[in-house]
Every structure is written in structure tokens, then in C-alpha cells.
Write a protein that binds this ligand. Structure first.
Ligand SMILES: [Zn+2]
Length: 221
């Protein structure tokens, strides 16, 4: 159990280090599918003040399995995603500047060039707005729901990120390293897309046939 907590603890530190979650605006979790448990940092804490043993472990229904503290409120969003996407192994949530600006503007990030296709197949979706009733019931659970809605018809492995309207990105991967890497790449792509549209506001998404060629090339093992 401690090794599992330690993995999430180290990834949480890494998230801060690579500037994806400044001021503790963000979190990362991992899941052990065999044991049916996930771990995340406690609510409203700075990871630098914590130790690996402080991580909170829950089952996939949100029941506390191990830990003394309240988990990050975002855990409800993470749980919806783990339950909806059975192959993902870790989730990073950040308020990284460029991706969050697209999210706040309510804009999907179009695939403007082949750098985008390194990890993302086609546009990176932005969710619809959460209704007042949904937010009142549980903003975090509704966040998970609108992410799942935004990915409908898409493969979570090929589109490992969604921008949550007026909030920020949720990014995932096979494990904590790939979730961290995808979060970092998303931020780079978000900045590049913004700058590209500044240079040429008429820039448009690449054609599907070209997206297929490049994405296939990048992801072929
Ligand atoms: Zn957030």
C-alpha cells in the first residue's frame, strides 16, 4: 500500500515541479485495477508539506480504504473517469496557464500541425457548461459527467485530455508518467495553437486523412 501511495506522492511533486499545477491548483491520482483502489492527495494541502503516507486511498465507489485525511474534492471527478474509462491508469488535473485559457474561453483546441498529433488524435474537446442544478448537487461529479459526454464517440487512449469549461484540463494516461507527460504536452500544444492563430487567424484544423497518417506514424510501436 505504501509503495502505491509513494508513487502518487512522487507524481504529485512532479506535477508541481513541471509547472502544471502552480499554487497547488491541481492533483494527480493513480489506480490499481487489480486491487480496485485509487490514491490522491488530501484536500487543500500543499504536497510539499505532506509525506507519502498522507495520500488517501479509496475504492472505486469512493469508500475510504486507507488514510486519515479527506481526499481532494476533485476525487469525485477522478472516480467518474476511472469508472467510465476502464483502461486509463492515472489522471492529472491542472490549471496550467495555456490549456486553462482555452478551457475558460470554452474552445476546443484544433489540430493545427503535426506536433499536436504526437499524443492527440484530432481536436482536444472542451466540455459544455455545467448547469446550476448539476453544480449544486456535486460540481465535481458533474465535471466527470461532462468530460465523459465530451469524449462520446472518441477513444480515451487517442484523446487523453479534455478541457473543462471555465476550469482547466483533465489529462490521463496508462500510468502516472504518461499522465504527467500528456499534461505537459497539452500545455505546449495549447500555447502553440494560440500563437498560431495569432499569426494567422485563418489557420484551420488539419484534414482527417493527414491526421490519420501522422498519428499512426507517431503511435506505431
Ligand atoms: Zn481544478
Amino acid at each position: 500500500m505504501l509503495a502505491f501511495k509513494e508513487k502518487v506522492y512522487k507524481a504529485s511533486l512532479e506535477l508541481i515541479k513541471n509547472q502544471s499545477a502552480l499554487h497547488s491548483w491541481g492533483n494527480i491520482s493513480a489506480i490499481d485495477r487489480k486491487l480496485g483502489i485509487m490514491a490522491i492527495k488530501p484536500h487543500r494541502t500543499n504536497i510539499k508539506d505532506l509525506r507519502p503516507g498522507d495520500m488517501v486511498v479509496l475504492d472505486l465507489k469512493g469508500n475510504l480504504i486507507d488514510g486519515r485525511r479527506t481526499p481532494s474534492f476533485d476525487v469525485s471527478t477522478h472516480l467518474v473517469l476511472y469508472n467510465s474509462f476502464p483502461k486509463i491508469g492515472a489522471i492529472a488535473h491542472t490549471h496550467s496557464k495555456w490549456a486553462s485559457c482555452w478551457a475558460q474561453a470554452g474552445k476546443t483546441i484544433p489540430p493545427l500541425g503535426i506536433t499536436h498529433l504526437d499524443k492527440f488524435y484530432g481536436e482536444i474537446p472542451c466540455t459544455r457548461d455545467i448547469t446550476d442544478a448539476e453544480a449544486e448537487k456535486s460540481y465535481e461529479e458533474a465535471t466527470g459527467k461532462v468530460i465523459v459526454e465530451a469524449l462520446r464517440g472518441l477513444d480515451p487512449a487517442k484523446t487523453p485530455a479534455v478541457l473543462v469549461y471555465r476550469h482547466g484540463p483533465f489529462v490521463w494516461g496508462d500510468d502516472v508518467d504518461s499522465a504527467l507527460n500528456n499534461a505537459s504536452i497539452l500545455e505546449e500544444i495549447a500555447q502553440m495553437a494560440y500563437l498560431t492563430l495569432q499569426i494567422n487567424p485563418q489557420s484551420s484544423a488539419m484534414k482527417q486523412c493527414r491526421i490519420d497518417i501522422h498519428h499512426d506514424r507517431y503511435t506505431r510501436k
